[in-house]
Write a protein that binds this ligand. Structure first.
Ligand SMILES: Nc1ncnc2c1ncn2[C@@H]1O[C@H](COP(=O)(O)OP(=O)(O)O)[C@@H](O)[C@H]1O
Ligand SMILES: [Mg+2]
Length: 304
């Protein structure tokens, strides 16, 4: 899937301001950004729900605006907001969705049964959406996105507001889809979610892409692992050799030495140098860099 210079305006405001990115077959791509950044607008443009004001979107070579019929068959969307017909029962919702793609009931009945089973909705097949729990609605959204067996599955904030248990369950489901060969695009403002799942991420802010990279590479190139060493006794200054490698004394607590990046030094060497300087160490704490750190560095603010 490729997005070239996409622009979407609402009145005078550019909700999406010329973004470009592509997702390869089989990728798990994270589309990140704070609320209001333009994620849903971009997704809606990709699935043909929003008219675009500039740029071009291709799905396996099909231009979304000229070949939307071919393009939309290849994509399944689990939207951010629930949009179920309240007068339909769970199984009917899936049947209607299949009909929307021109699939006949007798051809999809078995597949729908399998989806109901997979998403633990079998017992609710004849229930109305109003009778489902929040978690069941989330699972139904995903089941519906998969009815026509799309190549690309797009999930817009699938875990917003869901509890930890359901979130982990959804993560497992997404990993399984990935193993089945689906291409997955996930929007989220939970950065730890993207870190756990996505091989590549794009970070959007105010309608512009501020980063587009492999997750691991982004973490290596932007964020730093932080090392804090708690000393037995406060010091005024770090030993000169360690100051040279970026150690600084915590201004609030003279017993803490902080390193923002170790550079060429190994932790064991730091400890040896402290020992040689006659400084006793009480505790060592390392904090792994997270996407949250990268996000802060790139945008100057938190994602939430
Ligand atoms: N239908 C609309 N009419 C006017 N402005 C909109 C509409 N939908 C979204 N916006 C605005 O576009 C921007 C991007 O919104 P959205 O794509 O929903 O962000 P995200 O999904 O990243 O939270 C926001 O400023 C939002 O207020
Ligand atoms: Mg959104």
């Amino acid at each position: 899937m490729a997005v070239h210079q996409l622009v979407k305006r609402y009145g005078d405001a550019r909700a999406v301001d010329g973004i470009s990115f592509s997702v390869e077959r089989g990728d798990f791509f994270g589309f990140l950004g704070p609320n209001g950044a333009g994620k849903t607008t971009t997704i809606n443009a990709i699935v043909g729900l929003a008219r675009i004001d500039g740029g071009r979107i291709e799905i396996f070579g099909h231009d979304v605006s000229t070949a939307w019929r071919q393009a939309r068959r290849l994509i399944g969307l689990a939207p951010q907001e629930y949009n179920f017909d309240r007068y339909l029962r769970v199984r009917e919702i899936l049947m209607y969705q299949a009909g929307y793609y021109g699939l006949r009931p007798r051809d999809v009945a078995a597949r729908i049964d399998a989806l109901l089973e997979r998403f633990a909705l079998g017992v609710k097949a004849d229930a109305f959406v109003s009778q489902l729990s929040g978690g069941m609605k989330r699972r139904l959204t995903l089941a519906r996105a998969l009815v026509h067996d799309p190549q690309i599955v797009i999930l817009d904030e699938p875990t917003a507001g869901v509890d930890v248990e359901l979130r982990l369950e959804l993560w497992e489901t997404l990993r399984a889809l990935r193993r089945e060969g689906k291409t997955i695009i996930l929007t989220t403002h939970y950065l730890e979610e993207a870190e756990a799942l996505c091989e590549r991420v794009g970070i959007i802010e105010n309608g512009r892409m501020v980063a587009l990279e492999e997750t691991a590479h982004l973490l290596r190139s932007h964020a730093r692992d932080e090392l804090t060493i708690t000393l037995a006794h406060p010091v005024q200054e770090p030993p000169p050799v360690l100051a040279h490698f970026g150690a600084r004394v915590d201004p609030q607590d003279g017993a803490r030495l902080r390193f923002e990046r170790l550079g060429p030094l190994e932790l064991s060497e730091v400890l040896a140098l402290l020992g040689r300087a006659g400084i006793d160490v009480e505790a060592v704490n390392t904090e792994r860099a997270t996407l949250q750190d990268v996000f802060l560095e790139l945008t100057g603010r938190g994602a939430r």
